[in-house]
Design a protein around this ligand. Sequence first.
Ligand code: GTP
Length: 526
Amino acid sequence: MGSPASTPQEIAREAVRLLAARRLPPTPDNFQAAYHEVAGTRPLQPFPLAQLRQIGQALPERTPAQLRFKTLFNRAVTRHSWDDLEKLLVQHLGAASSPPPPSATPPATAQPPDSAEPAPHADEKAASIPISPDIAEPAARVIDLTLPLVAADDARLREMGEELVRYLRLEQHHAPTLRRMLADYAFRLSFGVDEQLGVREALLGLLRQVLEHIDAISPDNPWLRQQLQALVQAAQPPLSQRRLEDLQARLKDVIVKQAEAREQTVRAQELMRQTLATFLERLAQTAVSTGQYQAKFEACAQALERAQSLADMAPVVQDAIQTARAFATDTQRVVAELTELRDRADRAEAEVQRLRRELDQMAELVTHDLLTGVLNRKGLENAIDRETHRAERTGTRVCIALLDVDDFKRLNDTLGHLAGDAALKHLADVARRSLRPQDTVGRYGGEEFIIVLPDTTPDEAAAVVQRLQRDLSAHLFLHGEQPVLITFSAGVTELRPGEPVANAIARADQAMYRAKRAGKNRVMQA
Ligand SMILES: Nc1nc2c(ncn2[C@@H]2O[C@H](COP(=O)(O)OP(=O)(O)OP(=O)(O)O)[C@@H](O)[C@H]2O)c(=O)[nH]1
């Protein structure tokens, strides 16, 4: 190749030669490529007019700033001006990274990695948008209320939440800023929530393990086993405050019963050990001393047989009398010791009785019914008390429903008392599954149950109880293979503020009797 081409004509000539040498047809594209190759310049890419027009059309024009940006963009595209487009984009992105206006300046928050939201354009920045207080205030309240829960272990999240709440309560809001703050908060929150769920799961797992271990060390007490199994079940998510309260009450029952079982075992063992030890000791002593006296009396008898005269007999008789005296003394000692042993046994027995009375009093603290596993009367009293106070605090209403199984005597008479027991247990199980998490069921006595329904109107309470009736018809009690329909009549009433609970129960009872008289298997309100 000769000296490099420098004028356009020379370059063009050289380009034609190159095409001929490469046997390429001299099309405009081939010629253009060869020309740039010879000249050592960059081939110009065609201006992507169609694509840029498409982008220009899709640009938003909701705000004056957006409209202005769109106009300038389309103008640059029409002019095929890369320079204008470049300037426009640089200016726009520069504005996007500057802070928002002071009237609604948000505090600096971390930008989430996926935050692709552009910040406002210079013109847009000036326009703060008032968000209706109807929306901003409830949103602020929601965040405010949930903060103690979600940010308990995350100071940064709490800070971000508080900033967001303050910002939402301003009169003017800058929409992109608010959007960014919300995105930041949601981003951080997502980690916090995952973490908290993990912690809760782990704690529940630990609790279940502890319960299973307690279960393993109380193998010979069926009641404890039943309670512990109920506890393991109750410690499954989802948890609620009421479920935790129930867990707590059950755990207390288990502790009381376990203390009872332990004390009784220890006392009984101690008494048994003492009595056995003393008895064996005395037995051995009596055997030894009786053997000794027997040998002495034997010797006296033989000496008497050998005696030839009264004079020979006198010392033998003397000896025998002394032996008899010693025997009597020894026997008295043994009798005294055995009496002391009996007194000790009596005192131990009295102690056991005292302990039993004490434990009976403790058993009154037990809050769950042994047969059905639901609350007993005492547990119900506590639950009603708790719900009444909660209702007073929150300004809500509480209802109770009193349920009485229909024709239960006939069921007992035809299927037996054990089947009756199993039927009550079935009803309690269905009720527990059917009721809402906030509702509480307890056995009021015999075949009567009470359901406590917080935050509920009488109409709603009646509907809940009717749903339970349907569930009971759908889940029949099985006596062996035989399906048995159990129904109940119920009275529903509201717990009026300040009234004694007994009054409300009496009202529910009257309503329940009206339901019985009206044909059973129905719910009446009082
Ligand atoms: N198996 C069993 N029976 C119980 C228990 N508690 C109470 N009962 C029986 O329940 C029956 C209740 O009978 P009633 O009060 O005459 O009532 P009913 O037969 O259900 O008739 P109505 O209430 O009019 O529908 C009695 O026979 C009690 O002995 C229990 O824990 N287990």
